[in-house]
Design a protein around this ligand. Structure first.
Ligand code: SF4
Length: 516
């Protein structure tokens, strides 16, 4: 396959739409609601604010600017936002110059209406307008009236690139955006309305950003996109056709996707990368070509999160998921066959309008048939603007709760069996940091990392803090409820030699050492 042949990475992506650095200094706090993608957006938001002279603080009392980065995919996250913004009302009364901004999906969904509804909000900024945030904040600090800016950048998509923070090392596992928006129209989902149509980041930029992360010490990359596997870029080789894919997808054939080529380009052009993951693929694009990429590329994790949402064809049709249960199973099994030991996890909605007990039983049977090692389960909640609103919300709350509990029971059973089955095996674990229980304290010699299939493994050994960022051999000795305990299979490398401290002369000057 032809190489894309990209040149060396520029220090900062040309699409980093951060404003030029200014001498202005303001203190900011970003509070995040919702998913991993929103946490990633908050991180990029922090980069844009720092580039404009912002300094992060821990508490709203110390901030000139508080940004709520919101999510409206689930009703609960939206309610939490309202309550958190409400708590700032007394502070805003005491300090009228405090700028309160709402960003993310709720901002996009409600726009100016949010300014009218919650009077102490100064700024509403949509996901595609984050690059404008510093300029908008400066206007607010100068006394401008409340403003809403929620315009999709469909004509000229912008992707904020990672900007290293001096105060923080590169993450062991880095998140890299590959696309934004969604062209699907799943009937329960608000994302197409809050994030707009699909726009793809050029492969060259993605590769450059991954290189910068790896050069700075990152070992793993998680590619992010709403339908990450629908990726396209004319600079990559054309999509691979597959007769079986066409056969399986007569009703809604997968669009031409070059995602497998992107994976191959990353593996080829960033050899220092230890692990590559992606989330979330749409099952429609889980093509034969993607399965081949899993078979070919050692760097790809042996785990795929493949959202299914329901095991009933009737419900899948009403959800407008554009695949049948049989198609999902065929694609999932093809991925599992491609790489020995590959595991799957998923997302499931219970209590979708019209879901009968029989529909739900089919979901449970699908969970067992595939053998998901973990899953995220949610009760259906009606979201504004979505087609499913027309279907009503006819499954009683108690039934939804009861089905969710039954779903989790099966998930726990399958998850426990998976973890138990790993006891006694040898695994390669990428150590990510201190174990959660140690609250970031590496000196306690208890670290955690992930296997190539994403299981969490805790390792306790003298000096284990030195293993962060390394892939180490581990024997699994115990299965906990949601994680594993492992022992190193080879001794810890010797600690680095201490850096010589220049001796001080009696007069207090540092002695110059010879330079060879
Ligand atoms: S694929 Fe469906 S569920 Fe996923 S973001 Fe798009 S519309 Fe929402």
């Amino acid at each position: 396959m032809a190489s894309i042949g990209y040149g060396p990475a520029p220090p900062v992506s040309p699409t980093l739409a951060a404003p030029p650095a200014t001498t202005a200094t303001f203190r900011y706090l970003v509070q995040t609601f919702g998913c991993q993608m929103n946490a990633h957006d908050s991180d990029r938001m922090g980069g844009v604010l720092r580039a404009a002279g912002g300094v992060a603080v821990e508490c709203a009392d110390d901030a000139d600017l508080v940004v709520f980065n919101t999510c409206s995919v689930r009703e609960k996250a939206e309610q939490k936002l309202r309550s958190e913004v409400g708590k700032l009302a007394p502070l805003k009364r005491a300090r009228p110059d405090l700028v309160i901004a709402v960003a993310g999906c709720v901002a996009q969904q409600e726009g100016e209406a949010l300014l009218a509804r919650i009077r102490h909000i100064d700024l509403v900024v949509g996901p595609d307008n984050v690059a404008e945030l510093p300029a908008l904040v400066m206007e607010q600090l100068g006394g401008a009236p409340p403003t809403a800016r929620t315009v999709f950048d469909t004509a000229a998509p912008r992707f904020l690139a990672w900007a290293p923070a001096e105060s923080a090392p590169a993450p062991v596992a880095a998140l890299v955006t590959t696309m934004k928006g969604c062209d699907e129209r799943c009937s329960f989902c608000i994302v197409p309305y809050t994030r707009g149509p699909e726009r793809y980041r050029p492969a060259r930029e993605i590769l450059d950003e991954i290189r910068r992360f790896v050069d700075a010490g990152s070992r793993e990359v998680l590619l992010l996109g709403q339908t990450v596997d629908s990726f396209r870029d004319d600079a990559l080789p054309p999509p691979e056709e597959d007769a079986l894919d066409r056969e399986m997808s007569r009703e809604a054939p997968a669009d031409a996707t070059q995602f497998p080529h992107l994976l191959r380009a990353i593996a080829r052009e960033v050899p220092g990368l230890a692990r590559l993951r992606y989330t979330s693929p749409h099952p429609r694009h889980a093509s034969a070509s993607l399965a081949r990429a899993h078979a070919e590329l050692d760097v790809l994790a042996r785990h795929v999160h493949l959202p299914v949402q329901s095991g009933s064809d009737r419900v899948l049709r009403r959800m407008i998921r554009r695949y049948t249960r049989a198609e999902y199973v065929a694609r999932a099994e093809r991925l599992k066959r491609a790489r020995s030991g590959l595991t799957l996890s998923t997302d499931i909605i219970v209590g979708f309008p019209g879901e009968t007990e029989d529909d739900f039983a089919q979901t449970l049977s699908l969970v067992r048939e595939i053998g998901f090692v973990s899953l995220f389960g949610f009760k259906y909640s009606p979201r504004p603007q979505t087609p499913a609103l027309r279907l009503g919300d006819d499954v009683p709350e108690a039934t939804k709760a009861e089905r969710l509990a039954r779903l989790f029971e099966v998930a726990e059973e399958l998850g426990a069996a998976n973890l138990q089955g790993l006891v006694g095996t040898k695994q390669e674990v990428l150590v990510e940091g201190a174990s959660k229980s140690e609250k970031g304290d590496l000196s306690r010699d208890r670290v955690q990392g992930r296997t190539a299939r994403s299981e969490i493994v805790h390792i306790a050994a003298p000096g284990a803090g030195r293993l962060v960022g390394q892939v180490v051999g581990v024997e699994i000795v115990q299965a906990h409820r949601h994680s594993l305990a492992g022992q190193l299979t080879s001794p810890l490398p010797a600690p680095p030699l201490p850096v010589p401290v220049p001796a001080r002369r009696p007069d207090g000057e540092a002695r110059r050492l010879p330079v060879w």
